[in-house]
Design a protein around this ligand. Sequence first.
Ligand SMILES: [Mg+2]
Length: 397
Amino acid sequence: MILHVDMDAFYASVEERENPVLRGKPLIVGGSPRGRGVVSAANYAARKFGVHSAMPTSRAVRLCSQATIVRPRMQRYAEISHEIRAIFARYTPEIEPLSLDEAFLDVHGTQQLFGDAVEIGRRIKAEILSELQLVASVGVAPNKFLAKLASDLEKPDGFTIIAPERIQEILDPLEISRIWGVGRVTQRKFEARGITTFGQLRMLGNEKAQYLFGPVGEHFWRLSQGMDSRRVVSARRAKSISHETTFAADVEDSEVLLARLLELTEQVGYRLRRADRLGKTVNLKVRYSDFHTVTRAQSLAVASSATDSLWKVARELFEGSLPKTRKLNLRLIGMGVSNLQTNRPVQLGLFDDSVEQQRQSAAQSRLDAAADSVREKFGELALQRASVVGKKKKGSG
Ligand SMILES: [Mg+2]
């Protein structure tokens, strides 16, 4: 069995925990309502007003004017995330974090020691509450797809088991939009065929699903009956690291797109450095307003975790490799690295790097370290290497 542990309104809950004045009242953790700030997290009191994460803070404030807004403190959340992971690690080494506040745990190997998966899930939830005064929702199920689905079913403060013999009974009535990867457009396609629930998709059968929806038809049909064979991959074994953003409204402004791409590159570089790994191949993904998706990849001469090296390639891909025939109007932009390597310390001078190259890369490391500490203090959204993006400004050539 697999566990999926997902903290409830994590950033907001941390802020409430650490500042009693905020408790129980609408709270938004996010950027400034002036400018392009977005909501990183909202507590449940704010969500009642329709506020949700990734929404522009300006819009959130219009929906819920009485909300308190606090800036994200990523370093604090990262620290607490470590404490949560330390609790997981008491029960299994097989931990696959999806973000600071959720992770898959494979407990196959340790069930004999600690009781069954349900028992382990209950203990983890109880220890997070008693030791950290935070609430987690937990899903227990035979695979990742079902475990993630389960943790969401009774959120907040949920504990949901999907036993193998009850999969069909639990899944059949669920809305199709709960299937991983089914967005609004796919959902509409299904609805046009009269399919609104998992059960209806399951009953359609594999062949008909493929006939109607193409190759993804089979994928979704398998998920509709809870079939998923992906394994839990712990961080040290990850094959790639990536981040992407879906815009609330399509974006044409290449300056805005570049700024976002840089932000994503910063995040990817930061994760590489924290995991002590290097990436060899840079991947760019864009999705146009008509949902056409293009991916591009290019390898670095030398694997790196330096934001600047990754950014150079990401920017080249963005500016030079996208189809010229398409109008740049994007609903999604993503950046990732693959071909990961473990970062082994290299003795300076041992190889044929010139002194100048060494000096540059040392300077780059200091810049990254400084950026990382800014990020940890003020949050992902605080950081922008404005000078790099600024070069594209109108009038400056
Ligand atoms: Mg969460």
